[in-house]
Each structure stands twice: as C-alpha cells, then as structure tokens.
Design a protein around this ligand. Structure first.
Ligand code: PBG
Length: 326
C-alpha cells in the first residue's frame, strides 16, 4: 500500500536556497551581549581557567576587548567586577574607583556607541559571597536593597547605559528605580534578572568571579528549577516595579520558560546562556565529541527560537565571527 500524501514538508528542505528562504529565526551579532570580567590594574589580560577563551581584564583592556567585539557587530557588554577588598555589606561594589566603574568609563571613552550594561549584585563584593546582607545566619531581603541601589547608582554615575540586578531580592527593581529617579537618572533603563533559577550551571562563573558562597547555597533567593508558574509572579512584579528589559537565566535548560515569558509580556526579553552551558559546549568540542561551531550556533538558535530578543553569551565574539563568515 502506498501512502499517497499531498503534504510533503520535505519539498521545502530540498536545497540550501529553499531552506534558507523559509528560515523563521535568524541569528546576528546584533543579538549578543558579551560578559566581561573587570579587575583592578593596568594592562592585565589573564586567561580565566574555568571559562575557555575568557579573560580577567583591567579597565584599559576591557576597553580594548570592547572595541574588538564592537567591530564584529556586537552592540553590548555586561560587566562583572572582581574588587580589591570585600566586606560584610559588599561596600566596594559602590566604589567609584572600583573595576566595574573604571571599566565603564574606559569603554565609554574608547567606544562611545558600545552599550555598557553592569551586573548589580553583592556576591562579588561580600566576604561571605552571598548576594544579600546576612542577619542571624539568613540572607536578609530589605536591608540589602539600599546597598544594591547604591551600587547601581555608582555604575550609572560612571556612565553605564543600563543596570542589571542579578541578586533576586524581592523589590530590588523598585528600590533601584527610586534611587536612580531621585538622582536624576529617570531615563536610565533597568534590565532585570527576572527569572533566575538556582542550580548547577553557575559554577565556572563563580570560579571566574570569585563569588561562590562561603556557606550554604543560594536556594533561599534564587528560584527552584522545578517551579514554572513562579516565573510569571516574578515577571508581574518586575514589570510593576518598572523593569525595561526582563531576563530568563539560565537559557538552555529553561527554554520553555523563555517561550512563556515571551508570550506573556511585550517588553524585550534577554536570555543568559550561562557559564555552565558554555563550559559543556567547550568541553565536548575539545574532546572531539561535538562540532564546536555547529553545536554552538544551534544552541543560540534554540534560545532565539524560544523567544529571546537578545542573548548574553560567552560565545559572542566567536559566534559573531562565524556569522560574518556565513
Ligand atoms: C551574580 C551573578 C551570577 C551569574 C551572573 N550574575 C552568579 C550567581 O548567581 O551565583 C552567573 C553567570 C554565569 O554562570 O555565567 N549573582
């Protein structure tokens, strides 16, 4: 018996030209935000062991790398800082001379068009490595908020184009918004790490940023991966508090959440392909198990197809080169 169907999806898969013509999702260097790790000093460009091809960069070298990736068509960087000193409240995070603030000034001077986004969090600046202040052995929400707002303000005063709080304290978008507004920065957008799951995929970053918690874990503030609907509570809150861009993080293991958040709001959506996702791709490629370029681009297409408008990824310069080569 023959199956005489008139609908044959293979017709449009027959040639490269047809496949290309009907593609719905397109990746471009303009989709990417590249993370940079700023350290104190001058002329420092030191390979980060846990993140292949990534570097600890002094502010002047941040500017150099920003210029390179901007020339590849990548429009934005997100800055993380490794400060000289740490204390219980993460006060070095708001130091106008801190590495993020200095790198922001250096990048904006060298490449004025580069969009400089700064990660706002305490974990890189606290001696205990948690994203909030500790009271009675617990991470305290409300006393953390003014510290986050102070850090965000110092980034903006250094020239940041956007701030991105990643701490997952309740109410931090509103607190940062109020501080920026009262200091004359009501035009400055906030990209909120709206839906940030707790889990195993941040390890290489914490090695790179020196931000691992010194006791316990982050499960009392970051989200439980087995919860889905809570993502929409976080989304509603961040929108009500004035988030201009929302984010889902990690990306690959949470593509369903990216899609649902995309369908539930109209603001731009960022997705963060985090350090563990990147490390898996790199390790499998280096072991000869995956074709690096094909697998990396497929991972990014998947995130875009799920609904992300922009992708924070350590692959940004590589992927931008591949896309330009065609
Ligand atoms: C700071 C922060 C983290 C990441 C981004 N901002 C680490 C964490 O939450 O522990 C992770 C990024 C990555 O893994 O690539 N809170």
């Amino acid at each position: 018996m023959s199956f005489d169907t008139i609908i044959r999806p293979r017709r449009l898969r027959a040639t490269a030209a047809l496949r290309s013509m009907f593609r719905e999702v397109h990746l471009s260097p303009a989709d990417f935000i590249y993370p940079l790790f700023a350290v104190p000093g001058h002329g420092v460009k030191k390979a980060i062991p846990s993140l292949a091809g990534q570097f600890h960069l002094s502010p002047d070298m941040c500017a150099e790398v920003a210029a390179e990736v901007h020339a590849l068509g990548v429009p934005a960087v997100i800055l993380f800082g490794l400060p000289e000193t740490k204390d219980a409240t993460g006060s070095s995070g708001a130091d106008p001379e801190g590495p993020v603030q200095a790198a922001t000034r250096a990048i904006k001077k060298a490449v004025p068009d580069m969009v400089v986004i700064t990660d706002v969090c305490l974990c890189e600046y606290t001696d205990h490595g948690h994203c909030g202040l500790i009271h009675n052995g617990k991470i305290d929400n409300d006393s953390t908020l003014p510290h986050l707002a102070a850090q965000a303000l110092s980034h903006v005063q250094a020239g940041a184009d956007m701030v991105a709080p990643s701490d997952m304290m309740d109410g931090r978008v509103a607190a940062i918004r109020a501080t920026l507004d009262s200091e004359g920065f009501s035009d400055l957008p906030i990209m909120s790490y709206t839906v940030k799951y707790s889990g195993a995929f941040y390890g290489p970053f914490r090695d790179a940023a020196g931000s691992a918690p010194q006791f316990g874990d982050r499960r009392s503030y970051q989200m439980d991966p087995a919860r889905r609907r809570e993502a929409f509570t976080e989304l509603d809150l961040d929108l009500a508090e004035g988030a201009d861009v929302v984010m889902v993080k990690p990306a690959g293991p949470f593509l369903d959440i990216i899609r649902e958040v995309r369908d539930r709001c109209d603001v731009p959506l960022a997705a963060y392909q985090v350090s563990g996702e990147f490390a898996m791709l790199m390790a499998a490629s280096q072991a000869g198990l995956l074709d690096e370029r094909a697998a990396a681009l497929e991972s990014l297409i998947g995130i875009k197809r799920a609904g992300a408008d922009v992708i924070i990824t350590y692959l940004a310069p590589k992927a931008a080169r591949w896309l330009r080569e065609g």
